[in-house]
Write a protein that binds this ligand. Structure first.
Ligand code: DAH
Length: 356
């Protein structure tokens, strides 16, 4: 009986899994197991022998049963342990890359968001207007009467009018400036807005596409000056390019501002690449000025009480400058390989406003 005991306790301890344990159980205490066979021998024993062997066999059976239960429990614990170790979730691991087919934010959207966030920090709200405009908002209200040469220079897309309809045609807005008028009419003065949006001109080459993006700025109050304009623009360019950027104001002319200035930013050219915020070169980036009294009046704002500055800047253009993109047309080809080439992979894109 000692042999049986040693044999089976050894086999139980050596069982690597539940099915091995089950085999041992059957061989030891199953119906045809060795202990069961030994119990059958009891009948052939003398009563004295039986009195000793019977309880001893029962005790052996109990011992083996509980040894099997203990081993089973230990194996189960180990398996659970193993599984938990495998399923351990390391929340500090970098996220999994999305598949190659995944899209990414478009550089224009990205810059649009960056621009909006920077101006929001300076208290500018976002205003909007329609892309299909009347020629009143696109031209007349901005002090560009029908005979004005600026109308010809804008390469305007005119919307079709039915025969016999002699109202002036609608246009695809050629700039975001009409939003100035609409916002003044809606909100009155004082106000401080930017108006990012799509604009349209019949033009196509390396730096022109028939649809492109501008952001208009307008600040109206009692004592707004060109000095405020210069500060706001330098703050903006410095935040946007992430480096101090000087500006140069050149006297210019726009029908909707008086005085008017074209604004250049400081830059240098290295190996044909533009570097903003260094060197002694200048690059024109926007038009601006003090809002013309006619324009204030068209917006329902009294020019004897209020004054303000306005500016208009190309979003695509400043996106090209920041990200070193030489050809505007590629923006609108929807080629993901091109986007990735310029660093707009899903991982490289900062979260909303994260680039600011
Ligand atoms: N609307 C002009 C354009 O598209 C840009 C512009 C110039 C806007 C001067 C302004 C401004 O607000 O003051 O070319």
């Amino acid at each position: 009986m000692d042999d049986l005991r040693l044999k089976y306790l050894g086999l139980i301890a050596g069982s690597a899994d539940e099915s091995a344990l089950e085999e041992v159980r059957l061989a030891a205490i199953g119906k045809k197991g060795e202990v069961a066979l030994a119990m059958r021998e009891l009948g052939r024993m003398t009563p004295e022998e039986r009195q000793v062997a019977g309880p001893a066999l029962n005790a052996l059976k109990d011992e083996i049963t509980s040894a099997i239960a203990a081993r089973k429990q230990a194996l189960g614990d180990a398996a659970l342990e193993e599984r938990l170790r495998g399923e351990w979730l390391d929340v500090t691991l970098p996220g999994r890359r999305r598949g190659d087919g995944a899209g990414t934010i478009h550089p224009v959207s990205q810059v649009w968001e960056e621009v909006t966030a920077i101006f929001a920090d300076m208290g500018f709200a976002v205003a909007e207007g329609p892309q299909v405009e009347t020629d009143f908002y696109n031209f007349d209200a901005l002090n560009i009467p029908s005979h004005h040469p600026a109308r010809g220079e804008m390469d305007t897309f005119y919307m079709h009018r039915a025969a016999g309809d002699d109202r002036p045609p609608h246009v695809l807005r050629t700039h975001t400036s009409p939003v100035q008028i609409r916002t003044m009419q809606d909100q009155g003065a004082p106000l401080r807005i930017i108006a990012p949006g799509r604009v349209y001109r019949a033009d196509y080459d390396q730096t022109h596409t028939p649809m492109f993006h501008q952001v208009e700025g307008l600040a109206i109050d009692k004592s707004i000056s060109m000095a405020n304009l210069k500060w706001v623009l330098e703050e903006f360019f410095t935040a946007y390019f992430g480096t101090t950027v000087k500006t140069r104001f050149r006297a210019s002319h726009f029908p909707f501002t008086e005085p008017s200035a074209e604004v250049d930013i400081q830059c240098s050219w290295v190996d044909g690449q533009v570097r903003v915020g260094e060197g002694d070169g200048w690059l024109e980036v926007l038009g601006s000025g003090m809002v013309h009294p006619h324009v204030l009046r068209a917006g329902g704002v009294d020019p004897d009480q209020w004054q303000g500055f306005a500016f208009g800047m190309g979003i695509d253009r400043i996106a090209m400058l920041k990200y070193g993109i030489p050809d505007l047309r590629a923006f609108f080809d929807s080629d993901l390989r091109w986007l990735r080439h310029y660093g707009f992979s899903p991982l490289a894109v900062p979260t909303l406003h994260g680039g600011v």
